[in-house]
Design a protein around this ligand. Structure first.
Ligand code: AMP
Ligand code: GLY
Length: 427
């Protein structure tokens, strides 16, 4: 098979390396890909991940047998619809289903209509109404969310009225997230451990993957600015067998069925961002795709050919595949450019990687690198996702950090406490 993967970060590198393990695959292409991906796939670097016409044309040119669309924006724009129309097999939801991530107003209304547990909320399309509501309600922290996609940054947790008013105005009037801010959701602040659960689904069968935990803040001890994710671990120790069953009954199955009822059958990877509140698990967010950097710890633990799973989802017979997991743990430490998520420099030489962009003992997924003159250079804020597996979480974390030490570039920054909370929770 010829497989085309759309995207160019650490998540796509993890997908490419898993697809590479399949005996069914002859050649992998990636649009646009990155330096690390280029060692495993032919990168179509001129094609942006959101370029629907470009991706369809590339799929024709390479006679793709499967196109995996990984990032949120091309899914929300309808890339899968365009590929299916030309007869290509795809992995990822169509436009109608991707709205579950593309519009927070849609997802909140879906949860309300079908009784799926989530934070209580109100929707506003006028800043004046939103500010009046905040004054009346007077409960803090308050959570203010832009309706549309905002690179994972569209959520503001306001500690007081001034911050909340400021959030409403910057989203709705200054449009800091662009058109995403024409509507906003103001919701109740929830507390409890967060869990990410990615599920394979063909709209009928649901196969949850191993649970994971993201670390969103830039600095140790969950301090500093929010980032795209500074590291992950799997499995998440807070997510017990009992909670998993409860989530299947009250959240996963009701969501997949609700999407069917709405005529928006979801096929692909449905990501549940959950908070385990004192009143039970609740949905914080849905994503219509693999999480980044959750995928980097989940896929190394998958023990079934991913192509079999993806083709079964496309053909709507996921029930026929036995999805198996290794009885191990994984940890991923993100090596970032100094300064990230604010201003940072790129173009630094990365030392310590072999010709494939790897180090022994870990999977080094490249998030932002370039390969030139037989060397790897930094090319983004998040640069490398150093992932190790182990018999225990402790082993995986230690192994991942020992591999991080083998790699160096000027001004590199990583958190030193990835998995620390999870380890404490285990005990
Ligand atoms: P999201 O982009 O929706 O995942 O939100 C980003 C982060 O904001 C989440 O991972 C949570 O830590 C936090 N968050 C979002 N909604 C809430 C809420 N209702 N209560 C508390 N924290 C929240
Ligand atoms: N790690 C969170 C996300 O992929 O949105």
């Amino acid at each position: 098979m010829n497989v085309l993967v759309v995207g160019g970060g650490g998540r796509e590198h993890a997908l490419v390396m898993k697809i590479h393990e399949s005996s069914k695959v002859d050649k992998i292409y990636c649009a646009p890909g990155n330096g690390g991906i280029s060692r495993y796939a032919e990168c179509l670097s001129d094609i942006k991940a959101t370029d629907i016409d470009g991706v369809v044309a590339a799929a024709k040119k390479i006679s793709a047998d499967l196109v995996v669309v990984a990032p949120d924006d091309p899914l929300v724009l309808g890339m899968v619809d365009a590929l299916n129309k030309e007869g290509f097999a795809t992995f990822g939801p169509d436009k109608a289903a991707a709205i579950i991530e593309g519009s927070k107003v849609f997802s909140k209304e879906l949860m309300k209509k079908y009784n799926i547990p989530t934070a209580s909320y109100e929707v506003f399309s006028s800043a004046v109404d939103a500010v009046n509501y905040l004054k009346e309600k007077n409960e803090y922290p308050a959570v203010v969310k832009a309706d549309g996609l905002a690179l994972g940054k569209g959520v503001i947790i306001a500690q007081n009225f001034e911050e909340a008013e400021d959030a409403v105005k910057s989203i709705m009037e200054d449009r800091i997230f662009g058109a995403s801010g024409s509507k906003i959701v103001i919701e109740e602040f929830l507390t409890g451990p967060e869990v990410s659960v990615l599920c394979f689904t063909d709209g009928k069968t649901i196969k949850p993957m191993i649970s994971s935990m993201d670390h969103k803040r830039a600095l140790d001890g969950d301090q500093g600015l929010n980032t795209g994710g500074m590291g992950t671990i799997a499995p998440n120790p807070y997510y017990t067998e009992k909670i998993a069953q409860e989530c299947m009954e009250t959240i996963f199955r009701p969501t997949v069925e609700a999407m069917n009822m709405e005529g928006r059958t979801f096929k692909g990877c449905l990501y549940f961002g959950l908070m385990l509140t004192p009143k039970g698990p609740k949905v914080i967010e849905y994503n219509c795709r693999f999480g980044d950097p959750e995928t980097q710890v989940v896929l190394p633990l998958l023990d079934t050919d991913i192509i079999d799973i993806m083709m079964a989802i496309y053909n709507e017979n996921l029930d026929s595949v036995n999805v198996r997991w290794k009885n191990e743990a994984a940890a991923c430490v993100v090596m970032a450019s100094g300064g990230y998520p604010k201003k940072y420099e790129t173009g630094k030489v990365i030392e310590g990687l072999d010709a494939k962009g790897q180090v022994s003992g870990a999977f080094v997924y490249h998030a932002g690198t370039k390969f030139e003159d037989d060397k790897f250079f930094t090319a983004g804020g998040r640069v490398l996702n150093v992932t190790a597996t182990g018999k225990t979480l402790k082993e995986a974390i230690e192994q991942s950090y020992s591999c991080v030490k083998k790699i160096g570039f000027e001004n590199s920054h990583c958190r030193s406490d990835i998995g620390a909370r999870a380890l404490a929770a285990e005990n």
